[in-house]
Write a protein that binds this ligand. Structure first.
Ligand code: ZN
Length: 389
């Protein structure tokens, strides 16, 4: 019988986040401070009103609608100082919830509106990440993104940046942005440059478009991982290919529900994917815009789908296995993480897990760092802290 895990135990587990966007993951207070300092006008002055303009949960009708929130955050991320700060704070927030390795992604080209050069944009973010690593020891990799709705040439420029910064903090290339009507193969030249230079790549695919998009990302663009892959289940043959080749899926459940790629946690394919043996990693996508953390994502899977601690450990290990790290470095990290995970046990005196099946969480309030609304029993469980035996 599965036991309900204290939220704090999940927070303490060593974790990864391989799919998190810088411009979707700022602290709300930082957005307001940066706007004040830079003289940028935000669509709302009041903190709660601003949060609801950014958090797309209740109003978002599609992925395209969801992407509008980024216009707000991008408006304050046009200086080196703001980029460095945002990267540092994101690393800090990750560290505080047990993330040991994360891969931050963003589109440098979207941060050049006030004259920054793309290389300076990359350097600024790397400075923030290096500072966080010095201070906390958190490990990171940076992915630079081309944008589907922009030209093939702009993606090629981003790929050139990835080549220039290879072995200097950039570990991969990604293609992001609206999937519908913007096939990845149009950005094939960028992917080819990446592959020619033996660099890792991933692509958002199968989120707002069907499995053909995933097929194209893998077979036309050479993607080593798939961002989302929500609609992979519609093509059993491709699903088996992805499984046989151990192509990791960067699953972002809450984000998928927001963008209507999935209707609820219960009907999201992640449970089937894990059950079938696919290499599933659990990620946030956007900590602010989706109002989530890795801990919250795992907790939701635990409480809604009944995933026990062993299952959570499986997806956590998959996260470390799927990192764009050199193999030897990854093997050392994995060995250390596995030993650490072995120390965590589900408390034997915890109540039996009763899965929730509401399909929707209560509306969030925008206060960073808060845990999701827990039942009073879960709160009582988490109060004394986790038992580590
Ligand atoms: Zn994404």
């Amino acid at each position: 019988m599965a036991r309900e895990l204290p939220y704090d135990l999940i927070r303490q587990l060593p974790k990864t986040d391989l799919h998190v966007h810088l411009d979707g993951s700022l602290r709300l207070d930082t957005v307001m401070e940066l706007a004040r300092d830079q003289g940028v006008t935000l669509p709302a002055d009041d903190r709660d009103a601003l949060f609801h303009r950014i958090y797309a949960g209740d109003v978002c009708e599609s992925l395209d609608d969801y992407l509008k929130a980024f216009e707000i955050t991008l408006s304050v991320l046009q200086t080196e100082e703001s980029l460095e700060r945002a990267a540092f704070e994101l690393a800090e927030d990750n560290w505080r919830e047990g993330v040991r390795y994360f891969e931050l992604r963003y589109a440098p080209i979207l941060h050049t509106q006030r004259g920054l050069r793309p290389a300076d944009v990359v350097e600024a973010v790397l400075r923030g990440l290096r500072r966080a690593k010095r201070q906390y020891g958190i490990r990171y990799g940076l992915l630079v993104c081309g944008i589907r709705t922009m030209s093939a040439e702009s993606s090629l420029r981003v790929a050139e940046l990835a080549v220039a910064f290879k072995n200097h903090g950039v570990v991969g290339f990604d293609l992001a942005g609206s999937e519908v009507g913007n096939p990845a193969k149009e950005h094939r030249a960028a992917f080819q440059l990446i592959l020619d230079n033996n660099i890792n790549c991933t692509a958002h695919a199968g989120e707002a478009f069907g499995p053909e998009s995933i097929h194209q990302a893998i077979h036309k663009c050479g993607a080593h991982r798939i961002g989302h892959g929500t609609r992979l289940r519609e093509d059993g043959d491709l699903l088996n290919y992805v499984n046989d080749h151990r192509i990791p899926l960067e699953v972002c459940v809450s984000s998928n529900i927001q963008t209507k790629a999935a209707q609820s946690i219960e009907t999201h394919p992640v449970d089937f994917y894990v059950d079938y043996g696919l290499r599933v990693t659990i990620n946030t996508d956007n900590r602010l815009v989706t109002h989530t953390t890795v801990t919250k994502e795992l907790w939701l899977l635990h409480t809604h789908l009944g995933w026990d601690l062993d299952t959570l450990k499986v997806v956590i290990v998959s996260g470390f296995k799927s990192a764009f790290l050199p193999q030897r470095e990854k093997a050392d990290l994995l060995a250390a993480i596995t030993r650490e995970l072995d120390e965590f046990r589900a408390p034997e005196d915890a109540p039996a897990l009763v899965t929730r099946s509401t399909g929707r969480e209560p509306a969030p309030t925008g206060h960073e760092g808060e845990s999701p609304r827990l039942s009073s029993r879960a709160e009582a469980d988490s109060a004394p802290g986790p038992r580590r035996s």
